[in-house]
Design a protein around this ligand. Structure first.
Ligand code: AN7
Length: 401
C-alpha cells in the first residue's frame, strides 16, 4: 500500500485505512500479475472475478460473489452529438449500482480477516450493496445515512437485506465523519471508499470497458461524489497501460451537481484542494456530498489524465435522465444521468471532436429513486371501458401517422 500524500509504502494491511506517518489516504499498489493476457482473462466468465489476479485478495479467501460486473456497454447512438457515446450501465449490477464491484472484493477481504461487523456511511447505494454482500457473507452490517437524504429504493433495499439502518441528522458528510471515528477506534470494519481495498473492485469498470472495446476510449466521464470511483477507474486504466494491455490512456472527466460541487469549484479556482460545501443540495441525492473523502485521488485522476471537472444543473441532470430513458432505453438514477449531462454540456461547447469515443459511467439504476421518477413524469391516462382504450389507441396511431 502507498500513501497518496507522502508516498510512504507499507505491506498490504486490510485494517490500515490511513497513512500511519502523515494520515494521508492509502492506495493499493498492484503488481503486474504473472502471465496475464486478454486471452487468458477471456477464457473466464465475465465479471469482477475474471480479473482476480489484479485484485488484492489472498489466495485462500473464498470470494463473496453475487454475479457482479459484466455490465452492458451500450452504444447510445445519440443524434446530434459528434462524439460516439457509450454508456456503461452499472445499474445492471445485482443491487443496481457499481458499488457491488467494490463490495464483492471488500466484503471478501473483511470476512477473510475475521471481521464480524461491517459499517459504512452512505447516500444509499453503498448501504444497499454492503447490506447484500454482508448478508451473503454471513456478516452483520450497519449503515449510517443522512435522515431524509436517501432515495427510497436504497433505504428499503438496505433493510430488505437485513442491515441495521441508522439515520443521523444532517448531511452525508456528518455520517461519514461519525463512521470514520468509530472505525478508527475499531468498533467495526469500515467499507467506505477510504478503504482502498473496496476501490480495487471498482477499478474493474476500466478493465471491462477495455475488454469490451478492445482499447481504451478517448474519454471516460464519471459522476463524482466522494471521488473514489473516478480514482478507481483511472487506476484501472493505468494498470492496463503499464502491463501492456492497452496502448493509451483515456482522459478522465468528473461531473458534479452544481449544488454539491466542491471539486468543480476548486478546479475553476485553480486550487488543488476542494472548497468544502456545507449544505450540499441537488436532486441527485447519491452525489449530495460536500466534503469528498477521496478528493486527493479524484483531483489526481483528472489532473494526470489531462481532464476536467464540470458542474451540471439539476435541470440538465433530469434532461439527461429523460434522454437515456426515452432515446437509449436505459433507466438511470439522477446521479448517473449527471455523466451524460456533463457530456452534453461539453459537446455544446465544442469540446469533443467527431468520432471521439466517450464512455459515460451510468452508476446506478432508475428504480433506486422512485421519487425522482415521479418528479420527472407521473402523467397517467385512464380508461373506464374498452371503448375508451380503443379511442385512445386510435388517436395515438393517428398521431403516429
Ligand atoms: C449512483 O452510496 O457515496 O465519487 O454512499 O451512488 O465514488 O462517491 C454513492 C456514490 C455516483 C459517486 N453515482 O461515486 C454512497 C455514495 C452513484 C452513487 C456516485 C455514487 P463516488
Amino acid at each position: 500500500m502507498r500513501c497518496v500524500a507522502c508516498g510512504a509504502v507499507y505491506p498490504l494491511d486490510p485494517r490500515m485505512f490511513s497513512c500511519p506517518r502523515c494520515g494521508g489516504l492509502l492506495e493499493v499498489v498492484a503488481a503486474e500479475p504473472p502471465g496475464v493476457s486478454w486471452a487468458a482473462w477471456k477464457r473466464r466468465r465475465p465479471g469482477v472475478w475474471r480479473y482476480r489476479e489484479a485484485l488484492p485478495v489472498p489466495p485462500g479467501a473464498k470470494p463473496v460473489t453475487i454475479g457482479e460486473g459484466a455490465t452492458p456497454l451500450v452504444d447510445a447512438e445519440l443524434d446530434g452529438v459528434r462524439a460516439r457515446v457509450w454508456v456503461k450501465f452499472e445499474g445492471a449490477n445485482p443491487t443496481g449500482s457499481f458499488k457491488d464491484r467494490g463490495m464483492t472484493v471488500g466484503v471478501t477481504v473483511a470476512r477473510h480477516v475475521g471481521a464480524r461487523l461491517v459499517v459504512a456511511a452512505s447516500t444509499g447505494n453503498t448501504a444497499s450493496a454492503l447490506a447484500a454482500y454482508a448478508a451473503r457473507a454471513g456478516l452483520r452490517a450497519v449503515v449510517v445515512l443522512p435522515r431524509g437524504g436517501v432515495a427510497l429504493g436504497k433505504l428499503l433495499q438496505a433493510r430488505l437485506h437485513g442491515a441495521v439502518v441508522v439515520e443521523v441528522e444532517g448531511s452525508f458528510d456528518r455520517a461519514m465523519g461519525m463512521v470514520l471515528e468509530a472505525a478508527r477506534e475499531g468498533y467495526a470494519y469500515p467499507l467506505n471508499s477510504f478503504n482502498p481495498i473496496r476501490l480495487e473492485g471498482q477499478k474493474t469498470i476500466a478493465y471491462e470497458v477495455a475488454d469490451d472495446l478492445g482499447r481504451a476510449p478517448d474519454y471516460v466521464v464519471v459522476p463524482v461524489g466522494n471521488g473514489g470511483n473516478i480514482a478507481a477507474i483511472w487506476k484501472g486504466f493505468k494498470e492496463l497501460h503499464e502491463w501492456g494491455l492497452v496502448d493509451r490512456l483515456p482522459v478522465m472527466i468528473g461531473v458534479q451537481a452544481e449544488g454539491a460541487s466542491p471539486l468543480v469549484k476548486a478546479w475553476r479556482a485553480g486550487l488543488r484542494e476542494p472548497v468544502w460545501v456545507d449544505k450540499p443540495s441537488t436532486v441527485a441525492s447519491a452525489i449530495r456530498i460536500g466534503r469528498p473523502v477521496n478528493w486527493v485521488k479524484a483531483i489526481k485522476a483528472v489532473e494526470e489524465s489531462g481532464g476536467v471537472f464540470v458542474a451540471v444543473s439539476d435541470e440538465e441532470i433530469l434532461e439527461a435522465q429523460r434522454i437515456l430513458a426515452r432515446r437509449v432505453g436505459l433507466g438511470v438514477e439522477p446521479s448517473s444521468a449527471a455523466a451524460l449531462a456533463g457530456i452534453l454540456k461539453l459537446e455544446s461547447e465544442g469540446f469533443f471532436r467527431a468520432g471521439e469515443e466517450v464512455v459515460a459511467v451510468a452508476t446506478g439504476h432508475a428504480l433506486k429513486d422512485p421519487d425522482a421518477m415521479a418528479k420527472a413524469d407521473a402523467d397517467f391516462r385512464r380508461a373506464s371501458s374498452v371503448e375508451e382504450l380503443k379511442s385512445l389507441l386510435r388517436s395515438l396511431a393517428g398521431a403516429e401517422a
